[in-house]
Every structure is written in structure tokens, then in C-alpha cells.
Design a protein around this ligand. Structure first.
Ligand code: F6R
Length: 607
């Protein structure tokens, strides 16, 4: 959600800024800009569009400077216009600022600044910050006190970075509830919303915490608390090599397809995560009076799937709550544990849920893909997915990896609680071990079943996705993937829920994708077929996603996606991947912007 990059060096830093900008684009892509200081002046170029488009329009590479900022935007306040793109300048043009987050009290500040003669060019909340700093600078003639005084007036969430012609050797930055890190390397200093801003140049990182600001010069960094001004001593950390963006699609047309193709490898990695970390979390769950799972979007649907695995394997009901609603429902305190799921580890709703739990004395844990993320640093127990960079804004490979990790925790919990015999555990482990090969075959063969029919699916404007039991969660996730990639309306729900209202919408213009469980799951299988019949009776088109040879296709479907016959333990994962492939080819048939769908961003750091 908005990408910030800043560099100060002893040679022209524009190439590094542009690399950072490209690598951060997945955080927002409606407009972008670059500002550098050269010859005592701030040179600013910005415009509307994705990074590549704006680079061409604005010829960023013509800029030169030893210090600069870059920003890629995901609009919150103010439309997608050139004026609203960052960086923003103060009236004098002596200060330039970029921001990620939301300033809740920007209106009164703006009114106050207007009374003092400041002129605003944008509708953004961000612009008030740079004018506020300028206003306080007029009083004191010093940047740092002006910066700090301005920060003290801001309410809301922000990661921000400032440059000024009054001190062209310094980057000023601050963090409050939005991620910001400092990179140290090659005689240069970097700022970034995440590691991708400078990953090609350094892995040495100093992480800012909430409520801190930093003064960054080539020869060092001074961190202080915003409120007290007290100095904070923080050492550099060496970040691991995995989990960062590499902008290379290889032979694939889209990152989404590339990342789906990586699922067998990612599942293997999830299976190879040290037992110790998995057992530690299972033990924490076993010892906790109340446990919650939380996440949002796809990550929430992962927790819903995990909820079924915990219930089924370990006889343990662990409620899954969407992290945005978590504080309004969860009863947490000492003796409770909250397990969050997040690819980015920066999603503000999920971070807030964890902070809420932590403040009340709960133990916090998270399954996260990005090692340098805030969540990894904040929780008591983090399990790193090791799924590698996920560039497509739509989550695919990290989703299956998260499911496997939580499934492993459920298995260990079942063992700890005496709910699973050693023989059964061994069998389940064998089934899991066979999953990478199964997914490899599926990913190679399924496109042949989906690619051509997808042109017909693309013509249907209203879709329902249904399933029963764990497949209701698979249906919710598949509907989300389908709608965000294709922009077709898709609603996921349990098959049982459909007849309590939504069935009123079923007619010959609507299509339903129905996930049919393996026939061994007799009750779920029968219930799903009943739901399908109810749809057929009302003239609805049904796309059955079912296992080969299960007999379900004989009577019911208008179209089908046939999956391999696999065990009930791994079948939901196979169905998830099938849902992703269906979404991909439908979006492809519609010529959608698959890797960067409109209005979305990879890392949602605003509420
Ligand atoms: C959908 C998708 C989103 C994310 C959600 C949470 O394809 O990717 O719904 O799952 O924004 O993101 P993380 O997992 O980074 O917390």
C-alpha cells in the first residue's frame, strides 16, 4: 500500500531509486514519482500510471542527484491524478515528502495552514505534512526540530520520508503504524517500505519501530522517539536471502501462473520446515485456554480451512476471525493464543489484531512469508513460510504453503492431545509427501481442461462458488480469486447457506462452481450433490469441480473440471489450486491486468 524508497549516496542515486520503485510497484500502482536534489533545487517528476508507463512519460532517468525519494501510490485521499501523486512539495519547493498511511486529522491542520498562507495543490492528506514542516521550519530555521514538531501533530498512521534543500545531505523519516526500514550498504543509505526498495544493494537493515523517527546521513543513522526525543540505539540486522521481489516472470506470461507453477516446490518447503517450530506452536495451542486464528482476505480463508483441519484432526475448535473484526469479537487475555496468517507480514488489520491481543497478555504467533516484516518482529512465535517472493498481487503459492503449515500444526496438536495414533500420523505424512508430485501433474494438465471453456465462463457476469465442510472455505477463497482476477461478480458460500436466500438469484444467467468433496466423505459428498440439484432445478448452470471417477458427473453438471482422486486430507489443497487456475484462465480470456488488478495492492497497510 504505497511504496517508499529513499537513497543518499556519493554518486547519482537515480538508478537505485528507479530499481527500488520498480520493485515496490506491487504495493500500489496508480501513480508514481521521483524527487532529487541537484544544484540546490528539488527536481520533481511524477505522473499517473504504472511505473513503466510513468518512467516513459516522465523520463525519470534524466534526473540526477546524490539524494532522492521515490514513491508508488495506492490512492486513499484524493483521486488518481498527477497532483495527488507523491512526492509532494512545500510552498517554497524546498521540501519534498512521500508518505504511506492515512493522516486522520489532516483537515484541521490544512485549515490552520491555509490561514497561514499555505497553498495546496492536491486533495491528499499527505500534502499537509510537508507544509506543516515548512511552517515550523520558518519558526526555527532547523529541519529536525521542525520535523519532530510536525510529527507530534499528526494523528493516524504514517511512514514518511523527507528531503530538503536546506540540508541536502540528510534523509528524514518516521514511522507510526506503517512499515519503514533503513538499509545500510555500499557507502549509501537507503529507506524503504520494505526490503524490496533496496534488496539489490544491501541486506543490512535497521528497522524503525512505531513512534520513532530517524535522521539518516551517509555516515550514520540517529534514531529518536518522536514523543520524547530520546535517542534509541539499534543495531543493524542482516536479513536472510529469501522472500524478496525478483522481477522476472521467466517463461510465464504472468507472475500468477509462475507462482501457481511454483506450488509443488513451495509445498515441499512447507513440509521441510523444522519440526521444532511446528511442534512449538502446537504445544502453545495445547496449553492455551483460548486460541484464535486470524488473517484477512485470502489469509482469512486460509484460517477457515485450517479451522476445519484443527477440528477434524485434533478435535479442537479454533475460531477463525477476520482480523479487521478481531478486536470487536475476540476475548483474549493471559492464557490465550492468537495465530495470524499473513503473506506480507505488514497487513495493518492483522497487525492490529495481534497488537490488541498482545496488549491484553495473549501469546501471539504468525505464519508469514516475508522475513523482514513487522509481524515477524512483533510476534512471540513466527513460522517463516520460505515460499519465496510472491509478486502477483493475488495470493496463490503462499496460500497453499500457509494451509500446509497449519495442517502440520493441527497434526502435531492431534498427537500431543492423544487424538492421533502414530500409524495414522504416518499415513497422513505420506499423503502430504505425495502432494508436490500431485500438484506438479495437476498444474501441467489442468490448463487443457480450463483454457478453452474459460472463454465461455468469461461471458457469465454472476458466479456463485459453493462447497460443504472445508470446501465452503475453498469456495470462499476461489470466489475471491475469481472476482479479483476477472472482475466478474463471484460469491462464495457453503452449499447449505445458498438455499437460505441467495438461491433466489439462481436462473439460467447465473453460473455456480461447485466443489465436490471426495466420495469417501460420504455426508459432505451427498450434501454437495443436493445443493447442486437445487441449483439445477432452478435452471442454473453448474460447473462441477470433482474427483475423477467419483460418479458425480453422470447426472448433474453442465461443465466439469476433473481433479485426480486423492485422499480427503490433501484434496482441499488440490481444489484450491484448481480454483486458482480457473480464475487465471477466466481473467486471461477477458484480457485483465492479472498481476496487478485494478484498485488492489499487495501489501494493505491502511485500515
Ligand atoms: C487476495 C489477497 C489478499 C490478501 C490480504 C492479506 O488474493 O492476496 O486478500 O490475502 O490482503 O494479505 P497478507 O496475507 O499479506 O496479510
Amino acid at each position: 500500500m504505497c511504496g517508499i524508497c529513499g537513497v543518499i549516496g556519493k554518486t547519482n542515486v537515480v538508478p537505485q531509486l528507479l530499481t527500488g520503485l520498480r520493485n515496490l510497484e506491487y504495493r500500489g500502482y496508480d501513480s508514481c514519482g521521483v524527487a532529487v536534489i541537484a544544484d540546490g533545487t528539488i527536481h520533481l517528476r511524477k505522473n499517473v500510471g504504472a511505473v513503466e508507463e510513468v518512467e516513459q512519460k516522465e523520463q525519470f532517468q534524466e534526473l540526477e542527484g546524490f539524494i532522492g525519494l521515490a514513491h508508488t501510490r495506492w490512492a486513499t485521499h484524493g483521486g488518481v491524478t498527477r497532483a495527488n501523486a507523491h512526492p509532494h512539495l512545500s510552498c517554497s519547493g524546498d521540501f519534498a515528502l512521500v508518505h504511506n498511511g492515512i493522516i486522520d486529522n489532516y483537515r484541521p491542520i490544512k485549515a490552520w495552514l491555509k490561514e497561514r498562507g499555505h497553498q495546496f495543490l492536491s486533495q491528499t492528506d499527505t500534502e499537509v505534512i510537508v507544509h506543516l514542516i515548512e511552517e515550523y521550519f520558518r519558526e526555527s530555521g532547523e529541519i529536525e526540530p521542525a520535523f519532530r514538531k510536525a510529527l507530534a501533530r499528526l494523528e493516524g498512521s504514517f511512514a514518511l520520508a523527507l528531503i530538503s534543500t536546506h540540508d541536502p545531505h540528510t534523509l528524514f523519516c518516521a514511522r507510526q503504524e506503517s512499515p519503514l526500514i533503513i538499509g545500510v550498504g555500499n557507502g549509501n543509505m537507503y529507506l524503504g517500505s520494505d526490503m524490496n526498495a533496496f534488496v539489490e544493494y544491501t541486506r543490512e537493515v535497521i528497522c524503525l519501530e512505531d513512534g520513532e523517527y530517524a535522521v539518516v546521513r551517509r555516515d550514520g543513522v540517529t534514531i529518536r522517539q518522536m514523543q520524547t526525543g530520546k535517542r534509541v540505539v539499534r543495531a543493524c540486522e542482516q536479513m536472510p536471502d529469501e522472500g524478496y521481489t525478483i522481477n522476472d516472470k521467466g517463461k510465464y506470461q504472468h507472475f500468477m501462473l509462475k507462482e501457481i507453477a511454483e506450488e509443488p516446490e513451495v509445498v515441499q518447503k512447507a513440509l521441510e520446515i523444522e519440526d521444532e517450530a511446528i511442534i512449538r506452536l502446537a504445544r502453545t495451542v495445547a496449553q492455551s485456554a483460548h486460541v484464535y486464528l486470524t488473517g484477512i482476505g485470502t489469509a482469512f480463508y486460509v484460517t477457515l480451512i485450517a479451522q476445519h483441519y484443527f477440528a477434524r484432526l485434533a478435535d479442537r475448535y479454533i475460531p477463525a476471525l477476520s482480523s479487521d473484526e478481531f478486536p470487536f469479537l475476540a476475548q483474549v487475555g493471559r492464557g490465550s493464543t492468537v495465530i495470524a496468517v499473513s503473506q506480507s507480514g505488514e497487513t495493518i488489520d492483522t497487525l492490529r489484531a495481534l497488537r490488541y491481543a498482545k496488549e491484553r497478555g495473549a501469546t501471539t504467533a504468525a505464519v508469514v512469508n516475508v522475513p523482514s516484516s513487522s509481524m515477524v518482529r512483533e510476534v512471540d512465535q513466527a513460522i517463516l513460510q520460505g515460499a519465496g517472493p510472491e509478486i502477483c498481487v493475488l495470493s496463490t503459492k503462499s496460500t497453499v504453503s500457509q494451509v500446509i503449515i497449519l495442517l502440520r500444526v493441527a497434526l502435531e496438536l492431534a498427537v500431543l492431545e492423544g487424538k492421533l495414533e502414530a500409524r495414522m500420523k504416518e499415513q497422513y505424512e505420506q499423503e502430504l509427501a505425495s502432494l508436490p508430485a500431485l500438484l506438479t501433474d495437476l498444474i501441467a494438465s489442468l490448463p487443457a481442461q480450463v483454457r478453452v471453456p474459460a472463454y465461455e465462463y468469461a461471458k457469465v457476469h454472476n458466479w456463485f462458488f459453493i462447497g460443504r465442510g472445508v470446501y465452503s472455505a475453498v469456495a470462499l477463497e476461489s470466489a475471491l480469486k475469481f472476482k479479483e482476477s476477472s472482475y466478474l461478480h463471484a460469491e462464495g458460500m457453503s452449499g447449505g447457506f445458498l438455499k437460505h436466500g441467495t438461491i433466489a438469484l439462481i436462473d439460467e444467467t447465473t453460473s455456480t462452481a461447485a466443489f465436490v468433496p471426495p466420495p469417501e466423505e460420504k455426508e459432505l459428498f451427498a450434501l454437495t450433490l443436493s445443493s447442486i440439484q437445487e441449483i439445477k432445478a432452478r435452471g442454473g448452470f453448474v460447473l462441477g469441480i470433482h474427483q475423477e471417477g467419483d460418479g458425480s458427473e453422470e447426472k448433474f453438471f453442465d461443465a466439469e473440471i476433473v481433479l485426480p482422486a486423492v485422499s480427503p486430507l490433501v484434496a482441499p489443497v488440490v481444489a484450491l489450486t484448481a480454483g486458482q487456475i480457473l480464475a487465471y484462465y477466466t481473467a486471461l480470456a477477458l484480457g485483465r491486468s492479472i498481476d496487478k488488478p485494478r484498485a488492489l495492492a499487495k501489501s494493505v497497510t491502511v485500515t
